[in-house]
Design a protein around this ligand. Structure first.
Ligand SMILES: [Fe+2]
Ligand SMILES: [Fe+2]
Length: 307
């Protein structure tokens, strides 16, 4: 990890989320987790506003300091996040109804608001910086979708949406709620989003580019750590309650892992080996190793992986 990244995730407000990935005690399965009520109170203390960000320098960087080929390569990450935030924002409501407790429901209401703010953040970045030609949010999402890869579409529009559709008609299906949280909080947010955020923020900091984007995306990452901390708490709670739920989590991890792995590799890499360094200075193997360490720490704390 670079010095800047360590400084970021060592910040008190990041550590305060209790995401096991940020706590080395999790390697021994010992990290404490906050419950939904404490995470709700933390949410009240961690607000931020997309309208406070000034993208003037980002606009100059994007058009004058970043070359055409690099802009194209950056579009994979940007598009995956913009569309991914929109998908998680629109698919979370069925879980809010399905969870078996009011404190969980209140936390999940805050998460829906967070995901809406993340969509608004990306939309504002795209608009203020002038990334695309389209003139509405819907059209910008469609225009940017050309950059994502097929595994991304399978993960979000088939696997995640399939579980949300099932929960919407069967809110008492707690096994499905566990499957949904495994895909949403452990894989999409924990393994993929936080990994992408880590490397994208790092790269911009090293290059001295897109300062307002870095500031906003750091806030997004802090929110995501809070969401993933809820997911870890929920899955530990359910796995302890019944072996059926424990098995549902394990089964889902096995089913989704190959598709999630495919999302880590942009289309533009073509046949380049997974150990080949990309323009951003890291290889697919390095991003995979980062994602797997975070996932295994969380699984140890949930009690699904031996320490
Ligand atoms: Fe988000
Ligand atoms: Fe999130």
């Amino acid at each position: 990890m670079t010095e800047q990244a360590t400084k970021r995730t060592d910040r008190d407000d990041f550590r305060e989320t209790s995401d096991p990935a940020l706590d080395e005690r999790a390697d021994r399965g010992e990290a404490p987790l906050l419950g939904p009520r404490e995470l709700y109170l933390l949410w009240e203390r961690q607000h931020w506003a997309t309208q406070d960000l000034d993208f003037t320098q980002d606009r100059i960087d994007w058009h004058e300091r970043i070359g055409e080929e690099e802009r194209f390569q950056r579009m994979y990450g940007l598009s995956s996040f913009f569309i991914g935030e929109q998908r998680v924002q629109s698919e979370l409501a069925p879980l809010m109804r399905a969870v078996p407790d009011e404190d969980m429901r209140i936390f999940l209401s805050t998460q829906i608001a967070d995901e809406a703010r993340h969509v608004a953040f990306f939309d504002r970045f795209y608009t203020e910086v002038g990334v695309l030609e389209s003139t509405s949010l819907q059209a910008r999402l469609e225009e940017t979708s050309a950059h994502v890869n097929p595994e991304f579409t399978v993960l979000f529009d088939e696997m995640l949406k399939g579980k949300a559709d099932r929960l919407a008609v069967a809110p008492d299906d707690l096994e499905c709620a566990c499957e949904f949280v495994t895909i949403y909080h452990m894989i999409v947010e924990g393994m993929l989003a936080l990994t992408g955020q880590h490397f994208i923020i790092d790269y911009n900091e090293q290059q001295g580019t897109l300062p307002a984007f870095v500031e906003g995306f750091t806030n997004v990452a802090r929110d995501e750590h809070r969401h993933v901390a809820f997911g870890a708490w929920f899955l530990r709670h359910m796995a302890r309650r019944d072996d059926r739920y424990r098995e549902a989590i394990q089964r889902t991890l096995t089913e989704v892992a190959p598709v999630a792995d495919g999302v880590l590799k942009p289309k533009w890499m073509g046949d380049a080996g997974d150990d080949a360094p990309t323009l951003f200075g890291v290889s697919v193997d390095e991003t995979r190793a980062f994602a797997m360490q975070a996932l295994s720490r969380r699984l140890k704390v949930i009690g699904l992986l031996a320490t």
